[in-house]
Design a protein around this ligand. Structure first.
Ligand SMILES: O=C([O-])C(=O)C[C@H](O)[C@@H](O)C(=O)[O-]
Ligand SMILES: [Mg+2]
Length: 422
């Protein structure tokens, strides 16, 4: 005799939290980052939590999918994926993914399914009294290492007060940012978001990090801002310095050409972002490390499938992040803990955020790592007052879609999005 745990309703609440003026290859972060908090209700009174992007197109797709889930068993994840696919039939998912145009070819079905899957795993874990990592095969590590995610940045948003971190536009400021992040969080790996300053300056910043932080694994991610020759030239200067170089140039063919000409492993969260990209990437030898991200790879189980494919074909696995809150960090931590092949420190934007929707006390960084939550499900509780406050902030802030390029153009009207730029 089995107990069924059925969905009685889904609530989707868009929220906005303050975000500093972080620079990237397509512009600058706006004053608020947008996320959607998904709550899946059941007849047993249990509520499952998920978190995802909140651009308007994505919210519309989430709501269309949510409407079809009532009555489903929270264990029927395969059927639920099919339901989401049916609900989105005819929608190619191109507009409003929340990924600012950097991850354009991920699957809309996988993006929309993901927060529902996470919420159902939270429910399964709560019902069984077991953490989500146990539902994914069991944690192989008690804590998950994350990397310090450095950004070039402005001191504050145009017309606003400087933030606590100040400006970072040269190598000394990048090193100071790294030192502060390491002091506060204990990170043991460092990633610099590049594609912002001319390549020569970014090389200098990486070499300054190397000198300041001997032995600490370093990564540079210019988000496809460089041509193949520029990528090869930069890679030659940074051989033996970087643990991997992330998305130096656009497209599989370009990445494959760079890979042929450097010994630095190439990583990606831009040219391999859906299952259909894996076979061509392997055939072309385009990437050596794939950055997983359950938010667009279709949830936690499908991210484990990705891990199996990477393992089989000799590719490493790391983890990508976007600006996110605690429900996502909990899901990322359970997934990474239960994925033996994930051997790199994962990305997180966590240090850049000053507001939260989950109750404090569970997600703490020690020596750069987060302990795998031990409570049932994801192991985190929603702070309902914070949710209401950040939803109010969403309603007031006027932002409805992530638009790093548009925001940059308001300060620099001549700015253009270009890939490659150098
Ligand atoms: O590794 C990456 O490509 C990212 O983290 C993408 C993000 O959109 C990042 O560039 C950001 O937050 O500006
Ligand atoms: Mg990247």
């Amino acid at each position: 005799m089995t107990n069924s745990l059925r969905i009685t309703g889904v609530r989707i609440t868009p929220v906005a939290f303050r975000d500093p003026a972080l620079l990237n290859a397509v512009g600058v972060h706006e004053p608020y980052a947008l996320r959607a908090i998904v709550e899946v209700d059941t007849g047993e009174g249990l509520v499952g939590l998920g978190e995802t992007y909140a651009d308007e197109g994505h919210l519309r797709r989430l709501r269309a999918a949510a409407d079809t889930l009532t009555g489903m068993d929270v264990y029927a994840l395969g059927a639920m994926h099919s339901k989401v696919a049916e609900a989105l039939a005819g929608d190619d998912g191109a507009a409003g993914s929340g990924l600012t145009g950097m991850i354009t070819t991920s699957s809309a079905v996988d993006r929309v399914f993901s927060p529902f899957e996470v919420a159902c795993l939270d429910l399964q874990g709560k019902a069984a009294g077991r953490p989500v990592s146990d539902l994914l095969g069991g944690a192989v590590r008690d804590s998950v290492p994350f990397s310090a995610y450095l950004f070039y940045k402005w001191a504050g948003h145009p017309g606003g007060e400087p933030d606590d971190w100040g400006a970072a536009l040269d190598p000394d400021a990048v090193v100071a940012q790294a030192r502060r992040m390491i002091t506060e969080y204990g990170f043991t790996a460092v990633k610099l978001k590049g594609g912002v300053r001319p390549p020569e300056e970014e090389i200098e910043a990486v070499l300054a990090l190397r000198e300041a932080l001997p032995g600490v694994p370093l990564r540079l991610d210019p988000n496809a801002a460089w041509s193949v020759p520029t990528s090869v030239a930069v890679a030659r200067r940074l051989e033996g310095v970087l643990e991997y170089l992330e998305d130096p140039t656009p497209g599989l063919a370009g990445m494959a050409e760079v890979a042929r000409q450097t010994s630095i492993p190439l990583a990606t969260n831009m040219c391999v972002v859906a299952f259909e990209h894996l076979a061509p990437a392997v055939r072309q030898g385009a990437v050596q490390v794939v950055l997983s991200d359950h938010h667009y790879w279709g949830g936690l189980h499908r991210s484990k499938q990705l891990s199996g494919i990477c393992d089989t074909f000799g590719m490493g696995l790391s983890m990508h992040s976007n600006s996110h809150l605690g429900i996502s960090l909990a899901a990322m931590t359970h997934l990474a803990a239960a994925t033996p092949h994930l051997t790199y420190a994962c990305d997180t934007h966590w240090p850049w955020k000053t507001e939260e929707v989950v109750e404090p006390g569970v997600l703490e960084f020690t020596d750069g790592s987060v302990q795998v939550p031990k409570g049932p499900g994801l192991g985190v509780e929603l702070d309902r007052d914070a949710l209401a406050r950040l939803h109010e902030q969403y309603l007031r802030c006027g932002q409805r879609n992530r638009d790093d390029t548009g925001y940059m153009k308001r300060t620099d009207p001549g700015y253009e999005k270009k890939s490659p730029r150098w």
